[in-house]
Design a protein around this ligand. Sequence first.
Ligand code: HEC
Length: 149
Amino acid sequence: MILQAPCPMLIGIKKFLGLNKKLLIMKKLIAIFFVATYLYACSGGDDKKIESGNKSTSAMDNPDYDAGLNLIAKSDCFTCHKLREPLVGPPYGEVAKKYPNTPENVSLLADRILKGSSGIWGQVPMLAHPNIKKEDAEKMVKYILLLKE
Ligand code: HEC
């Protein structure tokens, strides 16, 4: 499809050049070279766009990311949770994989942070956090659920 574009031009060149076939082939090759360079340059540009729009960047651009991370950093969460490796509790990346980011799951997980939880990831329980507001716990969960790789 794309290579059809220069064809009328090439036909014009052919008529103009009459019998000089070798020259015509060279012109064709030059035309193909330019078209290929053009396509290569364009697709290169597209690749860059895809790279800069990858998941981790867009997760960090989400306002929930900073809000939740700040609250978690101020609380005791990181003494038991890492992002990618298990510590006392499951890694947040695994929590994000297990629960789709829906309002129901945000509320459910926020309640478990407030009231404590056990038996879901193993035998070790997570203690209750009675001093955290439900609203803040939900912000923490929204951040956690952005951590799918
Ligand atoms: C004393 C260690 C400890 C601390 C501190 C802790 N957690 Fe946990 N957390 C755990 C353990 C252990 C589990 C797994 C509990 C289970 O299997 O039900 C867990 C599970 C979770 C889960 C998944 C719950 C589920 O239902 O799957 C979330 C979300 C979570 N923690 C968030 C937090 C946040 C946010 C904080 C800080 C406010 C925090 N945790 C502090 C140990 C801890």
